[in-house]
Design a binder for this molecule. Structure first.
Ligand code: THU
Length: 140
C-alpha cells in the first residue's frame, strides 16, 4: 500500500539506474530502486558475468545495497526494464523480497501504465524463517 511515497520518483530512480546496467551478454538492461522507511533510496542495476551464473538482477543489487547501508525496512521497490511493458521480477528476486522487503510494494514501471503488486501477491506461500523455526525439532 502506498503510504505516502512518491512512486513516480522511485520509478525515475530505477530508470536512471538502468542506464548503469552491465549487461553485455543479454543486452537486457534493468534498473531498480528500493525505498527505505527513512526515505533513503538505493538503486541497483543488473550486473552480468561471462560465467553467466554470477549474474545478479537489478532488484537484488538495490535490496542488498539498502541492507548493507543499514536499511532493514524497505517500503517499495521500483523496477524498470526495456520496452513499455512492466517487467515482473524473477523468482530469485521474489524470494529475496520475501526475506528483506516482505511488506513492500513492487512497482513495475510501464508506459503509459505501471503495475503495482505486493510481495505477498508476487510470491504467495513463500518459504521463510517461520518454516525453519517451526520445524527446528524435526531436523535429522
Ligand atoms: N534481470 C533483472 O535484472 N531483473 C529482472 O527482473 C529480470 C532479469 C536481468 C538478469 C540478466 O542480466 C538479464 O536481466 C536477462 O535475464
Amino acid at each position: 500500500m502506498n503510504d505516502g511515497y512518491d512512486a513516480a520518483e522511485l520509478v525515475a530512480a530505477a530508470r536512471e539506474a538502468r542506464e548503469r546496467a552491465y549487461a553485455p551478454y543479454s543486452g537486457f538492461a534493468v534498473g531498480a530502486a528500493a525505498l527505505c522507511a527513512d526515505g533513503r533510496v538505493f538503486a541497483g542495476c543488473n550486473i552480468e558475468n561471462a560465467a553467466y551464473g554470477p549474474t545478479i538482477c537489478a532488484e537484488r543489487v538495490a535490496m542488498f545495497s539498502a541492507v548493507a547501508a543499514g536499511c532493514r525496512d524497505i517500503r517499495a521497490i521500483a523496477i524498470a526494464g526495456p520496452g513499455a511493458e512492466p517487467l515482473p521480477p524473477c523468482g530469485c528476486c521474489r524470494q529475496v523480497m520475501a526475506e528483506l522487503a516482505p511488506s513492500a510494494d513492487v512497482i513495475m514501471a510501464g508506459e503509459p501504465e505501471s503495475r503495482v503488486m505486493t510481495v505477498a501477491q508476487l510470491l504467495p506461500e513463500a518459504f521463510g524463517s517461520d518454516a525453519l523455526s517451526t520445524r527446528r525439532d524435526d531436523r535429522e
